[in-house]
Design a binder for this molecule. Structure first.
Ligand code: 5GP
Ligand code: 5GP
Length: 227
């Protein structure tokens, strides 16, 4: 059964670099399943509008203040927060534990992270629960971002800095599509690559070039901290 999807234009498939999630003033915690691999992990697959809509044009959705007007840039929490059922994804659990681990210091249970992402974003996707999680795992498996960066000489390090443009180019070259990049600040204030936003067509079937640029808090040189 496919849930009633809000109209949207594309997905962001968002992957987080664990070294950057952990190297902040807040820190991180490993899931019950143990320390994740030195690899990007999925954060979520997020339906998105290509243009923010003025409040009132659409139903439930996120609010963002843009020049003092309320705008909705994506739908969220659709279908009355239909809960994620473990029975719907039993065949995906191994893959989810390995590729979508929680690093927040909440419960150590990655299932709670997946459930939240399902409720906030998945319920607006037009995909059913199995379809949503298998699509995200499939895109991650299709292009190994850690290997793509390593192939371009961009390896995790607490000392080296890399040109943001070389990361951007390596991802374009390695996946065939442009992605957006987001940075955060490490515990010592350094700028680090935090998340990669790949774009997916609204059917959830194939990667596309990202239609919107993102400022993303990066600088022209960034770190990829060890994990
Ligand atoms: P932050 O404010 O930390 O960038 O994002 C907080 C949360 O807002 C994200 O985890 C995500 O759920 C949602 N969010 C942020 N940016 C976007 C976006 O561009 N598209 C969608 N669909 N959700 C977003
Ligand atoms: P969002 O930023 O998508 O709106 O919210 C993400 C929620 O999932 C937060 O409540 C956050 O604490 C929780 N969470 C659990 N594990 C993780 C993780 O590894 N990364 C992120 N970004 N959030 C996580």
């Amino acid at each position: 059964a496919v849930s009633s999807a809000e109209e949207f234009d594309f997905f962001y498939l968002v992957q987080q670099w664990p070294g950057s999630f952990c190297d902040t003033k807040k820190g991180c915690c490993f899931p019950d399943t143990g320390k994740p691999a030195t690899d990007f992990g999925i954060h979520g697959m997020w339906p998105n509008y290509a243009k923010c809509k003025t409040r009132g044009e659409v139903g439930a959705g996120a609010l963002e203040m843009v020049t003092k007007r309320k705008k909705k840039c994506w739908p969220e929490f659709c279908n009355n927060g239909e809960p994620l059922k473990i029975a719907a994804i039993t065949d995906l659990l191994k893959g989810l534990d390995a590729n979508w681990p929680t690093l927040a210091c909440k419960s150590g249970k990655s299932f709670e992270f997946w459930s939240y992402e399902w409720k906030k974003h998945g319920t607006c996707s037009g995909l059913d629960q199995h379809g949503y999680f298998s699509a995200a795992l499939g895109f991650k498996a299709q292009h190994n971002l850690t290997a793509i960066l390593a192939g371009a000489g961009i390896a995790p390090s607490d000392e080296k800095t890399y040109f943001l443009s070389s990361i951007r180019d390596a991802i374009k070259e390695g996946t065939g599509f442009t992605a957006n990049l987001e940075c955060n600040r490490g515990a010592a204030g350094e700028t680090q690559l935090f998340q990669v936003y790949q774009c997916v067509d609204r059917a959830g079937e194939k990667l596309i070039d990202c239609p919107l640029p993102m400022t993303g808090n990066c600088k022209d040189r960034v770190q990829l901290p060890a994990f």
